[in-house]
Design a protein. Structure first.
Lengths: 346, 423
């Protein structure tokens, strides 16, 4: 599977493999489907275009119906409920007592732990995404080479992706454990430390330990995106670079990385969203720690509703709205920063 | 232009993903509980029960449902939920107007305050109510009416490892805090990772651990209708717990971040901890493993006065719905028949809540240390709806007081302030 995913992405992306279009016929990374497939698609599009105006609206609705129902049910309805909850006043039992106006929002903004939580969220997202991308770049480079046992290695890397996050996180609480953890056992027997480290309890270590797990589970997806990106880079640009006398490092810096830019963009935006919204890792690894010292805005939202003395669904819903707004702003700012438009129009 | 639109789509899609992830918890609906329309009686009622143990809880309630159906003709839908999730489950159900008919939880007063519950006058037979132990009737009573029906109880006591005591040259279980501290030091001095006292003040059950210590220093959560969380005695108690951890270093690492079931109990069960505050289910586990030679003693007190027992009881409460009153009453009648309630309590390894149960259990020598104290047990102030918040506040915050930089007085002051603001 692992091999096939990468290879099929590569096959469809690479002009060499797609349909024998020779070197020099494409510029930049080709779209999935390759040039030949692109021509076919245009043909199809034209045919469809001719018929479009004739289908009555109810036929269109018939086809769109299931999808629209699904979107209404699992996206729009919960979103409306979330907004409604955020302006409602709830008892600790969950009973709706009436309207709260903007009170839930102001209570969230005045919450004493808010600064800690926001700082944690920033550290968590930036550290996990940056490390994931750096490590995945190296890993993808390694995996794109042909070597004995590549299939096995590709498989091994996809495993953390396949496992449930809660299971992975629970497993890591056992690995990190102060008394029985295998990590402390290992470090002690290698004489790297003289007494065990409380990876999850020691305030200096908790965030580092969580970030390590976050990176571990984010690598598979990211590495595969980069791998597909690497396979899509035509060999002729490398040939050209070599003929011009570029050294390996220059080739990487001036050819590979710029051509990987679309993959990098996809990987970082999706990772920012995933990591920001990651609940199981932070919650599971941090569940023994009192207060909000290591909570991100997502676990903060959960604790507001069910674990803290506030135990207030309305306040939690307001925090949820803030979370959506926050991730939207972050993604927009990021896209603006990397000037994505330029790179895609090139 | 096309790319701009694609990007906007991507952003909207991202927002939608984030939004639906946030809404996940509040959107779940529960359709299993059907209350009859109009005033007719219901065909089925729903029970949401807390999971005391994987082996016994679901089994008991399923058997119970069969008997209940045979007796009344009404179906009992049973949903067993873990303690970790039950707060969330119950509040989501209430929020969605699909409360169960019967809920099993460790608090009830907020539900009574919101006028959601039947009182004992509505659903408990006189003979059943008079059989309940008075201490539990009192703790189940909110504003003069009983709403929380005790399902079982537990009392805490000091568990000590006899082999480690012998090795450290300690003759008997400590009776005062000074003795406790000295013994803990001797046990820790044995080395090899041994800790004197496994102290769990992490979020799981910190209120129970602190509770048993504070009643043995003449303190309490509430006295004469007023919160006394930051009383001098209580500050002294928490300071003592911090001293054990920070100055004496006779506890396990980071006691403020250690939970009971996945932290302190395993340490004791693996022979690494000399002492731990336990209850009868821990004894049942230890007896099954047969690895630890342990003794059970009353808790030591600050000044050597008579030991006080700290007890915990959980509750069954019934939600007011059209037409379910008779079915609920039949439920309680059956549950409190000695064969049912005592079978359940025995299987789970807890303590009885009825006079008849006390009699029945008194033949068990292993439970004597708890049973003798049960009628005068100190219970948490569950009859005050504010306790439901105080409990969460204690769980989430008291652990910070026993870290090296922790300030017991400040933590208790803050808990007291919040409690007063909430009542």
């Amino acid at each position: 599977m692992a091999d096939q995913i990468a290879d099929s992405v590569a096959a469809s992306g690479s002009p060499d493999a797609a349909s024998g279009s020779g070197p020099g016929s494409t510029s930049g990374p080709a779209l999935p489907g390759g040039p030949a497939a692109g021509v076919r698609a245009v043909g199809r599009r034209r045919n469809r275009g001719r018929e479009r105006g004739r289908a009555p609206w109810w036929v269109a609705l018939l086809w769109l119906g299931p999808a629209l129902l699904l979107i209404a049910g699992v996206v729009i309805y919960p979103a409306i409920e979330l907004v409604r909850a955020s302006v409602s006043h709830y008892s600790i039992t969950g009973l709706r007592l009436g309207s709260a106006g903007g009170r839930n929002y102001s209570k969230v903004l005045e919450h004493p732990a808010l600064n800690t939580v926001l700082k944690n969220t920033a550290v968590w997202v930036v550290a996990v995404v940056a490390l994931t991308i750096l490590i995945s770049l190296a890993l993808a480079q390694f995996l794109s080479k042909d070597f004995f046992g590549r299939k096995v290695v590709r498989w091994a890397i996809i495993v953390p992706w396949a496992a449930s996050l809660v299971i992975t996180a629970r497993l890591f609480t056992l690995i990190y454990d102060y008394n029985y953890g295998i990590l402390n056992h290992l470090l002690l027997s290698l004489h790297l430390i003289s007494k065990p480290v409380d990876f999850l309890g020691d305030d200096r270590w908790t965030m580092i330990s969580m970030v390590a797990v976050g990176v571990f589970v984010s690598i598979p997806f990211t590495a595969y995106v980069f791998l597909a990106g690497l396979n899509a880079i035509p060999t002729d640009v490398y040939e050209a670079a070599r003929i011009d006398g570029a050294r390996p490092w220059q080739v990487y810096w001036q050819v590979t990385l710029p051509l990987l830019r679309p993959a990098m963009l996809v990987a970082s935006v999706l990772n920012i969203i995933y990591v920001f919204n990651s609940f199981p890792i932070v919650y599971t690894l941090n569940d023994r720690n009192p207060g909000y010292t290591h909570d991100t805005s997502i676990t903060f939202m959960y604790k507001l509703a069910f674990k803290s003395a506030d135990k207030d669904v309305g306040m939690s819903a307001a925090a949820g709205i803030f979370n959506v707004a926050l991730i939207l702003v972050v993604v927009l700012v990021y896209l603006r920063l990397v000037k994505w438009q330029e790179s895609e129009n090139r | 232009m096309a790319t701009r639109r694609t990007a906007m789509l991507a952003v909207v899609a991202a927002a939608v993903v984030a939004l639906s992830a946030c809404a996940g918890g509040s959107g779940s609906k529960d359709s299993a509980s059907k209350s009859g329309s109009g005033s007719g009686s219901v065909k089925s009622i729903k029970l949401v029960a807390a999971e005391y143990s994987k082996d016994n809880t679901a089994k008991f309630w399923n058997d119970f449902a069969t008997k209940y159906k045979a007796k009344t003709g009404v179906t009992l839908d049973v949903q067993v939920v873990s303690w970790n999730d039950i707060d969330q489950t119950s509040s989501t159900m209430v929020q969605n107007n699909s409360a169960p008919d019967i809920l099993n939880l460790n608090v009830y007063a907020s539900y009574a305050k919101d006028n959601l519950l039947y009182s004992a006058d509505d659903v408990l037979s006189g003979s059943v109510k008079s059989d309940l132990l008075p201490a539990f009737v009192k703790s189940g009573t909110y504003q003069g009416k009983m709403y929380g029906m005790p399902d079982l109880s537990s009392a805490r006591a000091l568990f000590y490892n006899k082999d480690l005591f012998t090795k450290a040259g300690i003759a008997a279980a400590p009776k005062t805090w000074d003795e406790f501290e000295a013994d803990a030091k001797k046990l820790t001095a044995l080395g090899n990772g041994t800790v004197g006292y496994a102290e769990p003040l992490g979020p799981e059950e910190a209120q129970a651990e602190f509770g048993i210590w504070l009643v043995n220093n003449g303190g309490d959560w509430k006295a004469n209708g007023k919160w006394t969380i930051n009383s001098d005695n209580n500050v002294e108690t928490l300071s003592f717990l911090k001293k054990l951890a920070v100055d004496d270093k006779v506890t396990q690492n980071n006691p403020g971040k250690t939970n009971r079931t996945d932290g302190a109990f395993p340490l004791f069960a693996s022979g690494k901890a000399g002492m731990v505050v336990g209850f009868s289910p821990l004894a049942a586990t230890l007896d099954k493993d047969k690895k630890i030679n342990y003794g059970v003693a009353p808790m030591p007190t600050k000044d050597g006065s008579a030991p006080q027992t700290y007890g915990v009881t959980d509750y069954l409460m019934a939600f007011k719905k059209n037409g379910n009153q008779d079915a609920v009453k039949a439920f309680y009648d059956l549950y409190y028949s000695p064969d049912e309630v005592n079978t359940f309590i025995k299987a789970e390894g807890f303590l009885p809540v009825t006079k008849s149960g006390l009699q029945q259990f008194s033949s068990n020598a292993g439970l004597k240390v708890y049973l003798d104290t049960l009628p005068n047990v100190h219970l948490t102030p569950t009859d005050d709806p504010t306790w439901d918040k105080v409990k969460l506040d204690v769980q989430q915050n008291i652990g910070t007081a026993v870290s090296p930089s922790g300030d017991p007085k400040k933590v208790l002051d803050s808990l007291q302030r919040n409690a007063e603001a909430g009542s």
